[in-house]
Design a protein around this ligand. Structure first.
Ligand SMILES: CC(C)(COP(=O)(O)OP(=O)(O)OC[C@H]1O[C@@H](n2cnc3c(N)ncnc32)[C@H](O)[C@@H]1OP(=O)(O)O)[C@@H](O)C(=O)NCCC(=O)NCCS
Length: 414
């Protein structure tokens, strides 16, 4: 087997609430910004990159293979092969695993993995009937034949078909699933709000003491190129337990506990990581931030507790790493919802042993920073690797829950 897979560098765009500063950009624009900056900061010769894998959850109908368009638009040689993966919110983590697999198999020595999402630019579909009429009209050979299909038009045909944040198999939204988990696992509103507060406080501290800003690149927003976005826009420094407690539940207005404050917001952003075979990094003079020790994916029935995939993926990854949960010094746990974080921690503690909360999401999490679905896994990995280096931590763990009942976990080592 070749040597280990090194995480050499990571970089992301600022994360912003969808529909705000990045509303006129696409996921591809954001992905290109992150990858261009990654290439520049790491000073890697683009010709050395063997593969690019990107994650995206709601792909564009015009550029469905985001990774390939990134290669063609971010300064990489057109000869670099690229593919795009969708493992829901764990997509960028899956991209990292794909590149790591290619390196371990000897198919690549240098690769870029990451992901992007623009929830400002989701495809809005015509109704099925309208789409059929349009296709029929486009095939017609005369003006009359072209207009004929539209004689069947009804007002309801104009109603657009927008993508929903709901499970196709159960119809439940993510938020309703988070409510279900809170109720079934006895997660109180206060506990959820405490997790949200810690997310904002830790993120603000990591920004103020200079830990997070170096992970971000600047985005100069077209078409005027006057607006420069260089900082995350979602972190709320004024969050308090009192203000969180005042928010009304969103997904179960009568008995619910999940609010806009303890859920991750809809976000635009992109992130990317440079991975290398250990020997190659050494030969090129790169000091790795950390190495990939092991990873695992798992799945639960979406009809049960949707976001509990990590409860199965984390033990599997730890077993593959030959480690116990007590060996992990830092945790980066994706915060889809505070009730999901608390439920996953409850499961880890039940089956694996105690987890010190002070070691979890020390630089904030998805609730405060935002969650561009396809990019989050690369943010978690970069932040974990940087913090492990800063603290001299030996082992760290990334855990991501995802739509479809999926869970992903990766152990990093130094
Ligand atoms: C929960 C959700 C519906 C809220 O959307 P929203 O209503 O647009 O949220 P907003 O940011 O406008 O917040 C609503 C209110 O809460 C307030 N608020 C939000 N976070 C707060 C905080 N930390 N402290 C204090 N107030 C807060 C806002 O100021 C706003 O108040 P206003 O109405 O007086 O302006 C949306 O973020 C969502 O769908 N999240 C889940 C995404 C998801 O499913 N992800 C998948 C994960 S796998």
């Amino acid at each position: 087997m070749p040597g280990r897979v090194a995480i050499v560098h990571g970089c992301r765009t600022p994360f912003a609430r969808s529909g705000t500063v990045f509303r006129d950009l696409t996921a591809l624009d954001l992905a290109k910004a992150a990858v261009r900056e990654l290439l520049e900061r790491s000073e890697i010769d683009p010709a050395l990159v063997d593969t690019v894998v990107m994650g995206q959850v709601v792909p564009s109908a015009k550029a469905p293979n985001l990774a390939r368009e990134v290669v063609l638009g971010a300064g990489l040689p057109p000869s670099v092969p690229a593919h795009t993966v969708n493992r829901a919110c764990a997509s960028a983590s899956q991209a990292i695993a794909d590149v790591a697999s290619a390196i371990l198999l000897g198919h690549a020595e240098v690769g870029i993995a990451g992901g992007a999402e623009s929830l400002s630019d989701v495809p809005i579909l015509h109704s099925r009937r309208m789409a059929q009429m349009l296709v029929e009209a486009s095939r017609a050979r005369s003006l009359g034949a072209r207009l004929r299909p539209f004689a069947k038009l009804r007002p309801r045909d104009f109603i657009p078909d927008t993508p929903a944040l709901a499970e196709p198999s159960t119809g439940l939204t993510m938020g309703q699933s988070a409510e279900k988990m809170a109720k079934e696992n006895g997660i109180s509103r206060e506990e959820q709000d405490r997790i949200a507060l810690a997310s904002h406080r830790n993120a603000a501290a990591a920004i103020d003491d200079g830990r997070l800003p170096p992970e971000l690149c600047r985005v100069i927003v077209p078409p005027r190129y006057e607006t420069i976005v260089e900082a995350d826009t979602l972190v709320r420094r004024d969050t308090s337990l009192e203000s969180l407690a005042l928010l009304k539940p969103v997904f179960d207005r009568t008995y619910g506990t999940v609010t806009a404050g303890n859920a991750s917001p809809l976000t635009d952003g992109a992130a990317a990581v440079l991975l290398m075979k250990e020997e190659r990094a050494a030969a090129l003079g790169h000091a790795p931030l950390a190495f990939v020790r092991a990873w695992a994916v798992a799945a639960v029935d979406p009809g049960g507790q949707l976001l509990m995939g990590p409860a199965l993926a984390v033990p599997k990854a730890l077993e593959r790493a030959g480690l116990k949960i007590g060996d992990i010094e830092l945790f980066e746990i994706h915060e889809a919802f505070a009730s999901q974080v608390a439920s996953n921690l409850q499961a880890f503690e039940r089956t694996l042993g105690p987890v010190e909360r002070e070691r979890v999401n020390v630089s904030g999490g998805s609730i405060a920073l935002g969650h561009p679905f396809g990019a989050t896994g690369a943010r978690l990995t970069t932040t974990l690797a940087n913090e492990m280096r800063r603290r001299g931590a030996r082992y760290g763990l990334v855990s991501v829950c995802a739509q479809g009942g999926l869970g992903f976990a990766m152990v990093l080592e130094r």
